[in-house]
Design a protein around this ligand. Structure first.
Ligand SMILES: *[C@@H]1O[C@H](CO)[C@@H](O)[C@H](O)[C@H]1NC(C)=O
Ligand SMILES: *[C@@H]1O[C@H](CO)[C@@H](O)[C@H](O)[C@H]1NC(C)=O
Ligand SMILES: *[C@@H]1O[C@H](CO)[C@@H](O)[C@H](O)[C@H]1NC(C)=O
Length: 227
């Protein structure tokens, strides 16, 4: 599925929401709420809409009186957060949360040696995304005939540098908490890393390998008997 190809769609994938609440309805901690909603770059518009709708209810029910709160629903492909202070264009690598597979890799060191360069290259691709899209996914080979599928994403209001910093920080967290695990979802307010040894996204969303260099046209047309 092609993502971010139209403006209304982009709104659902990523929205910065700035509400001014009437002061009468507020206690004395200010009258502005800032909120960010982010859907996974591979979510369909309907997955995104229903994830944000459900998370909004969960967030308001779970945290009715908080000045700031976050709801990570990455299995359903979104996160939403709000705060009384501005959170736009602001790096937030903490707090972090992780959920991981119970199974450890058979060859822990080999798995890590395959995972690390994949995450490094995806981090670079995600960070260099544009202002509506800081997202990358790809798979790569791992020991024991396994394949690692991985997805990295920042809220696209971050600068390239802040996105890179956030993802590096979550990457460090993954190896501290769950280095020997075969997969998991690792979250910060500003960025997300997921990797698994099964395709948790539609593999057709991966960017195709670069096309092989085509032979110069002169050679083709000058070769007799080719048609
Ligand atoms: C939004 O979520 C609420 C509560 O879960 C549900 O009742 C409602 O039907 C949902 N609306 C849409 C448009 O999905
Ligand atoms: C941002 O990048 C995405 C993916 O490469 C692309 O689809 C989208 O059109 C770009 N948006 C802008 C505003 O350049
Ligand atoms: C990996 O694949 C190769 C070739 O298909 C096979 O010979 C080998 O037994 C496989 N190894 C494992 C651990 O499954």
């Amino acid at each position: 599925m092609k993502m971010g190809s139209s403006k209304p769609q982009i709104f659902f994938y990523f929205a910065l929401i700035h509400l001014v609440i009437p002061t009468a309805a507020q206690n004395n901690c200010g009258n502005t709420v800032y909120a960010i909603a982010l859907c996974s770059g591979d979510a369909s518009p309907s997955e995104c809409r229903s994830c944000i709708n459900e998370s909004r209810y969960d967030l308001l029910q779970g945290c009715p009186n908080q000045k700031e709160a976050i709801r990570w629903a990455w299995l359903k492909k979104c996160l939403i957060r709000y705060s009384y202070k501005s959170i736009f264009n602001t790096l937030a690598p903490d707090p972090k949360s992780g959920s991981y597979r119970v199974d450890s890799a058979l060859d822990v060191e080999g798995f890590y040696n395959a995972l690390r360069p994949l995450l490094d290259s995806l981090r670079n691709r995600a960070a260099t995304g544009n202002s509506t899209h800081k997202f990358a996914l790809q798979s790569g080979p791992a020991p024991d005939n396994q394949t690692i599928y991985s997805l990295l994403q920042c809220t696209p209001d971050l600068s390239e540098r802040d996105c890179n910093t956030c993802l590096l920080s979550v990457q460090a967290f993954t190896s501290e908490c769950c280095g020997e695990k075969q997969g998991g979802i690792f979250l910060a307010p500003s960025c997300v890393i997921r990797y698994e040894t099964y395709p948790f996204y539609n593999p057709s969303a991966e960017s195709p390998p670069p096309p092989p260099p085509s032979p110069p046209p002169e050679l083709r047309t000058s070769t007799p008997g080719m048609h």
